[in-house]
Design a binder for this molecule. Structure first.
Ligand SMILES: NC(=O)c1ccc[n+]([C@@H]2O[C@H](COP(=O)([O-])OP(=O)(O)OC[C@H]3O[C@@H](n4cnc5c(N)ncnc54)[C@H](O)[C@@H]3O)[C@@H](O)[C@H]2O)c1
Length: 286
């Protein structure tokens, strides 16, 4: 936990945010983050693969829409260059866009069989859930460091600490996203780079099969809603508040801290517990 001096300087820096960019800002958690950041920053850039969705959110919050594919390093580099040229230095970059597809029927290491090539889904998870965070940092660090710093919020998942039953590619790539955020914070903290990684469990968005922009608070999500489904606005508030407080790790579902401690204390016991949990979920599906 940062000391109070760190917290005060972090909140001052956060409140001085002029330009913020949110990827995947067209829907779900990214849309809620864009809305919340509009009350902090002078300019919020809503960047999304779905240009129409980005435009709707940007119009709603008085922000700027940008259409890109975060899996493309060229797209991310162009976004950073264009925003800095037209709006000014980016103070805060939120890598939120993410995807998950679930395992094929034959399990964690499937080739796909009748469901089609699973390696395509692994590639998409790797480039969108991990490399997009690397590309954003690669484009921004050479700009932020000479001007004294900047901030990243990277949206990972509880699956990046605990593994998600039924989605090996999502779990592996979200672990990688957490590890990349750790490296970014360790390597560039002394350069004035502030890093926050968020690891929520279930949030009510399209990703978990909820209607877009729904206020619904329950639904079936393979057991990952065990601690409740947060509205995206609540998740966004907790994430932004955590970043403003200078926290590295934000857990919108606080139970995740206990699970991660249990896992670290006895990995074998944790695996056994997860196997029992998986069996219970499979039985309840029958
Ligand atoms: N919903 C949850 O339960 C949950 C839990 C933990 C973590 N997360 C993470 O939160 C983040 C946001 O997810 P969400 O639940 O809001 O999902 P969502 O599907 O509602 O929104 C994702 C947004 O990302 C955009 N996007 C997807 N691929 C993109 C690409 N290649 N380039 C640019 N934009 C792209 C989509 O168009 C969409 O607007 C993801 O990283 C996800 O893994 C979600």
């Amino acid at each position: 936990m940062p000391d109070t001096t760190d917290r005060a300087s972090s909140s001052q820096a956060f409140d001085a945010t002029r330009v913020a960019v949110v990827t995947g800002g067209g829907h779900g958690i990214g849309r809620a983050l864009s809305r919340r950041l509009a009350s902090v920053a002078d300019a919020v850039v809503v960047a999304d693969l779905e240009g129409g969705a980005a435009e709707r959110v940007a119009a709603d919050i008085g922000g700027h829409a940008y259409c890109l594919d975060v899996a493309s390093e060229a797209d991310l580099a162009a976004l950073v260059a264009e925003v800095e040229e037209t709006l000014g230095p980016i103070d805060l970059f939120v890598s939120n866009a993410g995807v998950g597809y679930g395992d094929a029927d034959d399990g964690a290491a499937s080739r796909g069989g009748r469901l089609g090539p699973v390696d395509d889904r692994w590639e998409a998870c790797w480039s969108i859930n991990v490399m997009a965070h690397v590309y954003a940092a690669r484009a921004l660090l050479p700009r932020m460091i000479p001007r004294g710093g900047g901030a990243f919020i990277n949206i990972a998942s509880a699956a990046g600490l605990l593994s998600q039953i039924g989605d090996a590619a999502y779990s592996a790539t979200k672990h990688a996203a957490v590890a990349f955020a750790e490296s970014l914070a360790i390597t560039h903290g002394d350069d004035g780079i502030r890093v926050t990684v968020a690891c929520p469990q279930a949030v009510a968005t399209r990703m978990i099969g909820m209607p877009d922009d729904s206020g619904a608070a329950d639904g079936g999500f393979g057991g990952n809603d065990v601690d409740g489904i947060l509205p995206p606005e609540t998740a966004a508030d907790l994430i932004v508040d955590g970043a403003r407080d200078g926290r590295f790790l934000v857990l919108p579902h606080p139970q995740v801290a206990t699970y991660a401690q249990r896992k670290a204390a006895d990995h074998d016991r944790w695996i056994a517990g997860m196997r029992r949990f998986r069996a219970r979920l499979a039985a309840s599906d029958d």
